[in-house]
Design a protein around this ligand. Structure first.
Ligand SMILES: [Zn+2]
Length: 269
């Protein structure tokens, strides 16, 4: 009886030993299946990519904005006129905010990312976009006390389900440790879409559209604010927001956006 038990144990042991490589192969196959099922995808084109962020092809198509640019508006210059130089536009029509910075030019890939975040609930895009913004706006963020996202009107917020500027502000807040005053700035009247409007029409459309909520004035008063938005076109929206923040006695207002429209390369003179 004992001999039979020993033989059984021996044969089971042999069987187990011979199964071990199979087991390891199955484990490797399972890991491979997991890797195939959950690859890291390029945030822009959804092709598999090594690491996080965008693939090499999309990266090459993004135009990151770096100096030289207008110290005030952040519009790129074609040549370096020296530090602190302002564009003609900044001198002729100075904005309410102190400085504006953008991570990238608003071109095809930037548009894909912005639309993904805005219309397709791609909240997974916010950390990468926020990281690029934090890099582009580092000098502004180093001096800031609080981040304020440009608000949506509640009806638009409802249809899009969440505020993309708020998502970007939260991503930057996480990376910098800066607080985000999500409810500080309110849109007090609905505004038409800015698309298709002239520069002066855009300004008129958003004039007086924002205000700091009475119960949030204490988070703005005396604070250095960085206003966060996804795209800067004419600058009318961020200018109207900056006016509202300054009326609520913000110490200063800078602007940081993901992408800005750059019509032509502006020279300083
Ligand atoms: Zn890609």
């Amino acid at each position: 009886m004992q001999a039979m038990a020993d033989r059984l144990a021996q044969s089971a042991g042999t069987a187990w030993t011979s199964l071990a490589p199979v087991r390891r192969a199955l484990q490797r196959a399972a890991q491979l299946a997991l890797d195939i099922a959950l690859p890291t995808l390029c945030v822009a084109c959804r092709e598999p990519v090594a690491g996080d962020g965008v693939c090499a092809a999309c990266w090459a198509q993004l135009s990151f904005i770096a100096p030289p640019y207008c110290d005030r508006l952040g519009i790129p210059f074609v040549y370096d006129p020296g530090p602190g130089m302002l564009s003609m536009q900044a001198i002729a029509d100075p904005p309410a905010y102190a400085r504006a910075r953008a991570a990238v030019r608003y071109d095809d890939i930037a548009k894909t990312l912005v639309h993904g975040l805005k219309f397709h609930d791609r909240t997974d895009l916010a950390p990468t976009m926020g990281q690029w913004m934090a890099h582009a706006g580092k000098p502004l963020l180093d001096e800031a006390d609080v981040l304020v996202p440009v608000p949506l009107h509640w009806r638009r917020g409802f249809s899009r389900r969440y505020n993309q500027s708020g998502a970007l502000a939260r991503a930057i807040g996480k990376q910098t440790g800066l607080p985000v005053a999500v409810e500080a700035l309110r849109r007090i009247r609905p505004t038409a879409h800015q698309i298709g409007l002239s520069r002066s029409e855009r300004a008129a459309n958003v004039q007086g559209a924002f205000k700091v909520a009475a119960d949030r004035k204490h988070v703005i008063q005396g604070r250095r604010v960085v206003l966060i938005d996804d795209v800067l076109t004419s600058g009318a929206t961020v200018d109207a927001c900056a006016r509202a923040l300054l009326r609520a006695k913000a110490a200063s207002v800078d602007v940081l956006v993901f992408a800005r429209v750059v019509d032509t390369l502006k020279s300083p003179i």
